[in-house]
Design a protein around this ligand. Structure first.
Ligand SMILES: NC(=O)c1ccc[n+]([C@@H]2O[C@H](COP(=O)([O-])OP(=O)(O)OC[C@H]3O[C@@H](n4cnc5c(N)ncnc54)[C@H](OP(=O)(O)O)[C@@H]3O)[C@@H](O)[C@H]2O)c1
Length: 216
């Protein structure tokens, strides 16, 4: 099975994706600016299944067959730009949301190209960008016993790439990949994360997206 690298994989978002990928057999490289820190964090991740999680540098993670961007929004472009050569020709998944806290709410920010996925696509013209994982609460993702049963909305301008990511997501325990469409959906999908988190703050909850009315 192919390896998956996660840039900024040491944060809660990256760790949550890593444990669920490893629990369905993938070997995951948690990327970091500090390989020793990533290695320590990876040792604390206990997937169920045949996959593995190891810590390394972001450069090591970028050499995997499939790469996820899980840094804060304001460092995502700089991080991927520095790794452009390694990411060339690959599918790169963005889970990055540009958000700002205002009191008890999170509000969406709109980058110059409308979304973080579009910013990353502009920085990586030789890669195929797919958006996924935006709405998932990291604490539930990290806990394999949380009962998570979420739909993951996926978008890309490249149909084979978004289908491939949809199939991968649907292998992960507790998740179903739902391809929504093209990159033009990136802005509302990313912005909707602000709604999800604001609901969670207001209702002291860990809600997630589950779409009704889908037959498959
Ligand atoms: N948290 C969630 O529930 C959730 C859910 C869905 C999507 N997301 C999205 O996923 C991304 C990561 O979220 P998170 O909560 O895991 O964030 P985070 O903990 O703030 O950051 C993730 C990792 O990014 C690296 N990082 C931090 N500042 C950096 C910088 N200036 N340059 C390069 N790397 C830097 C750090 O790793 P090192 O110090 O090890 O390099 C950090 O552990 C965000 O874009 C967020 O919108 C989050």
């Amino acid at each position: 099975m192919e390896t998956v690298g996660i840039l900024g994989g040491t944060g809660p978002a990256g760790r949550g994706v890593a444990i669920r990928l490893a629990s369905c057999g993938y070997d995951v490289v948690l990327g970091s600016r500090d390989a020793a820190r990533a290695s320590d964090i990876a040792k604390g991740i206990a997937p169920r299944g045949d996959g593995t999680v190891r810590g390394a540098t972001n450069e090591d993670a970028a050499q995997c067959g499939l790469v996820v961007v899980a840094t804060p929004w304001d460092s995502a472009v700089a991080t991927v730009s520095a790794l452009r050569a390694h990411l060339s020709g690959k599918t790169v998944i963005s889970m990055v949301n540009a958000l700002s806290r205002e009191g008890r709410e999170l509000v969406p920010l709109y980058p110059a190209r409308g979304s973080m996925a579009a910013q990353i696509a502009f920085a990586l013209p030789d890669s195929t960008i797919v958006g996924a994982f935006h709405h998932l609460p990291a604490a539930q993702m990290e806990d394999l016993d949380s009962g998570l049963d979420a739909d993951v909305v996926i978008f890309s301008d490249n149909d084979p790439a978004r289908q491939r990511v949809g199939e991968l997501v649907s292998q992960m325990p507790g998740l179903k990949g739902v391809v929504a469409g093209s990159m033009s959906l990136a802005s509302p999908i990313e912005a909707f994360t602000a709604v999800c988190i604001s609901i969670n703050i207001r209702h002291k909850a860990h809600s997630y997206v589950k779409l009704a009315g889908l037959s498959h």
